[in-house]
Design a protein around this ligand. Structure first.
Ligand code: RB5
Length: 152
């Protein structure tokens, strides 16, 4: 929902889409912090960016994280190394909705090379506007029970 605080970052493979997302998210009313990187031509290491964003979410300084790399895969793997982070690599709107409803995902990892800009914006909208299905008929849901088991 607009007003939410988003921590955003990309490596060189996601830089162009990160720039596009940044302008668009601000225009939608989100509060946004951009943690880099700064160029599509300078090669950087995606875990460095994933860990910054994941720690912002973990500390409660951002409501959600959005990461963009070539595939979204490396960013999701790295972000999930931070305890309390549920990062998902997503390439469809349906999966964005399910990642929020069922998994209470708090970091979205996007592909800057295999998913187009318009699709990624639709994915982001779905992710940021879908609530976790934590309750059904006033009782804690099966999804809440499962998410509570994720940390092992
Ligand atoms: C960088 O070439 C690429 O490996 C990275 O952006 C990402 O796709 C890793 O998962």
């Amino acid at each position: 929902m607009p007003g939410k605080r988003i921590a955003l970052a990309a490596d060189h493979g996601g830089f162009d889409q990160k720039q596009s997302l940044k302008t668009w998210l601000v225009s939608q009313g989100y509060s946004l912090k951009d943690f880099g990187s700064d160029s599509a031509s300078k090669s950087v290491d995606y875990p460095d960016y994933a860990h910054i964003v994941a720690k912002m979410v973990k500390k409660g300084e951002a409501d959600f994280g959005i990461l963009v790399c070539g595939t979204g895969l490396g960013m999701a793997i790295a972000a999930n190394k931070v305890a309390g982070i549920r990062a998902v690599p997503v390439t469809s709107v349906d999966f964005a909705v399910l990642a929020r409803e069922h998994n209470d995902a708090n970091v979205l990892a996007l592909s800057g090379r295999y998913t187009d800009d318009a699709t990624n914006k639709n994915i982001v909208t779905a992710f940021l506007t879908t609530d976790f299905a934590s309750e059904v008929d006033g009782s804690s849901s099966r999804h809440a029970r499962r998410v509570a088991k994720l940390e092992g």
